[in-house]
Ligand binder design. Structure first.
Ligand code: ITT
Length: 201
C-alpha cells in the first residue's frame, strides 16, 4: 500500500525513499501533500518523531513514517541535538550552524571532538498502532567541514573507522544497507534496518 513520509526535509526524504525502494512501497511526503508541520514540542528525538508521524497518519489515513534526528556534540553536552534543524535557522544555513558548533566547542575549553548522530524513526498506522526505532553513529567533528554530498551537518562529521566525512561519501556508503546483513553506517540507515527487521522482512 501507500505510505506517507512525514518530512519537509529534502535530504531526509531522498534517503528514506532510497531505503524504502527495495520494498516496493509507494511513498508520498508530507511536503508534497502540503501537510502542516506539527510543532515539535517533545524533549527527545523519539517524542518528536511520534508527534510528526501521528499528525501525518491522522491527516492522510495512511501509515506514516517520521524521522527526528540530529547531531549531539559531547563538548556541548549534547547540543544541538533535537535543536539541530533550528540552529540552521529559517534560511537553513548549515555552514553557519557548523561554524557555530566549531566556535562553541572551542569556547567550551573541552578537548573532546566526539559527536554522534541520532535518528528516531516512528511508524504510526491510521488505527493508532505505533512502533519506533533509534539508530546512532559515533564519530569525530571535522573542521573545516569537507564535502558536498548528503545534507545538513554531513560535512563536519567523520564516522568512526573512516577518514572521510559523511559529506565526502556516496549515498551508498553513508546509508546503503549491506547485503550480508551487517550493520549499515548512518544513524538513519541503522534505525531503518531495525524497523525493517521488525516490520518488513
Ligand atoms: P522534518 O522535521 O520535516 O523531517 P527537519 O529538518 O526539521 O525536517 P529534524 O527536526 O529531525 O528535521 O532536524 C534534523 C536536523 O538534523 C536536520 O535538519 C539536519 O540538519 C540534521 N541531520 C539529521 N540527519 C542528518 C544527516 O544524516 N546528515 C546531516 N545532518 C543531519
Amino acid at each position: 500500500g501507500k505510505i506517507v513520509i512525514a518530512t519537509h526535509n529534502a535530504g531526509k526524504l531522498r534517503e528514506m525513499r532510497e531505503l524504502l525502494a527495495p520494498y516496493g512501497v509507494e511513498a508520498v511526503s508530507a511536503g508534497e501533500l502540503g501537510l502542516d508541520e506539527p510543532e515539535e514540542t517533545g524533549s527527545d528525538f523519539l517524542s518528536n518523531a511520534l508527534i510528526k508521524a501521528r499528525a501525518a497518519a491522522k491527516a492522510t489515513d495512511m501509515p506514516a513514517f517520521a524521522d527526528d534526528s540530529g547531531l549531539c556534540v559531547d563538548a556541548l553536552v549534547g547540543a544541538p541535538g533535537i535543536f539541530s534543524a533550528r540552529w540552521a535557522g529559517e534560511s537553513k544555513d548549515f555552514a553557519a550552524a557548523m561554524a557555530r558548533i566549531e566556535a562553541e566547542v572551542k569556547n567550551s575549553g573541552s578537548p573532546s571532538r566526539r559527536a554522534h548522530f541520532v535518528s528516531a524513526l516512528a511508524v504510526v498506522w491510521p488505527d493508532g498502532e505505533e512502533a519506533s526505532f533509534e539508530g546512532k553513529v559515533f564519530g569525530d567533528l571535522t573542521f573545516p567541514p569537507r564535502g558536498t554530498a548528503g545534507f545538513g551537518y554531513d560535512p563536519c562529521f567523520t564516522p568512526d573507522g573512516h577518514s572521510r566525512t559523511f559529506g565526502e561519501m556516496t549515498a551508498e556508503e553513508k546509508h546503503g544497507i549491506p547485503a550480508d546483513g551487517s550493520q549499515a553506517l548512518s544513524h538513519r540507515a541503522r534505525a531503518f534496518q531495525m524497523m525493517a527487521a521488525a516490520l518488513l522482512d
